[in-house]
Ligand binder design. Structure first.
Ligand code: ZN
Length: 287
């Protein structure tokens, strides 16, 4: 099952069109994806049990590029970013892969839909295509063996990063440089685990204009999805709707020779096989 926020309504994305969950269920379910993240099993059972007519006759390929598509969730209680979580990416940044996950946040006001445009705050704004996990149940201290039971679904994320701000302090601090407006597009929709395949074996790519800079697999992660959930939940409570940006593979602009960054008008396409793609166009900063 694929869940999206379309025109500010929670919808199921089917091959025939979009089903408005609140309307089609006659109000049994709420109209916000944020309020549905702990209930997707129930939504799935309801949807499988009856006939529903699409509210919008839009096929997935058209939906994916529609500006009405919002972020999959917009009010997470926590957003976790993970640094240097792919082996080849750690090497290109001149670092050794961390022994313990390197955790920062992307503040929630930076969340955006799949086709959001991004005003560049500096001449060193970089791209990072990432697998994003959305949590579906409240928990503490889950084991890696149990961890995937707490996943509501997966989507594509782009962790736009202002390297100037990220690296400006001593020691560097990540969260502000990754939280400008629209720096955290996620989407195009959430795919539930039963339709996602193995999260540790997904192809992930990022193109800037016509050039493919990132082409990797989640197999290269230092700490895999289950390990990240187990680690995070050993310290904090994970809650329905929480978002994890699981780290970027090799091929970011900073790691390129010579380093390459985004310019106004660039088109950044982030894609994960089976989960869809984001298309974000950059613009000149307005300030
Ligand atoms: Zn990242």
């Amino acid at each position: 099952m694929r869940i999206a926020t379309f025109d500010q309504r929670a919808v199921i994305v089917t091959d025939e069109g979009l089903v408005d969950i609140a309307d089609a269920s006659a109000g049994r379910f709420p109209s916000s994806t944020d309020d549905l993240m702990g209930r997707l099993d129930e939504v799935g059972e309801w949807f499988a049990s009856g006939e529903t007519e699409p509210t919008w006759d839009l096929v997935p390929d058209v939906v994916a590029r529609d500006p009405r598509l919002g972020p999959v969730v917009s009010r997470p209680s926590q957003i976790f970013g993970i640094g240097l979580n792919y082996r080849r990416h750690a090497i290109e940044m001149g670092m050794t892969p961390p022994v313990r996950p390197l955790v920062f946040t992307k503040f929630a006001s930076s969340l955006a839909g799949a086709n959001a445009s991004v005003a560049l705050p500096s001449t060193h704004t970089d791209w990072e295509a990432e697998l994003v996990v959305v949590i579906g149940a409240r928990a503490r201290r889950v084991t890696p063996q149990d961890a995937l039971r707490y996943v509501a679904g997966y989507c594509v994320g782009q962790d736009f990063s202002d390297r100037d701000l990220q690296m400006s302090g001593t020691p560097p601090q990540f969260s502000m440089g990754k939280s400008h407006e629209n720096f955290s597009p996620i989407g195009p929709w959430l795919t539930t685990p039963d339709d996602c395949g193995d999260p540790d074996d997904l192809r992930i790519t990022c193109d800037v204009n016509e050039v493919r800079y990132q082409d990797s697999s989640t197999e290269d992660m230092v700490t895999n999805v289950a390990g990240l959930i187990a680690y995070l939940s050993s310290v904090v409570e994970i809650r329905p709707g929480d978002v994890i940006f699981t780290g970027s593979p090799a091929g970011v602009g900073q790691g390129h020779t010579p380093p390459t960054f985004l310019a106004p008008g660039d088109v950044v396409t982030s894609m994960i096989t089976g989960l869809g793609s984001l298309r974000n166009v950059t613009t000149r900063a307005t300030h």
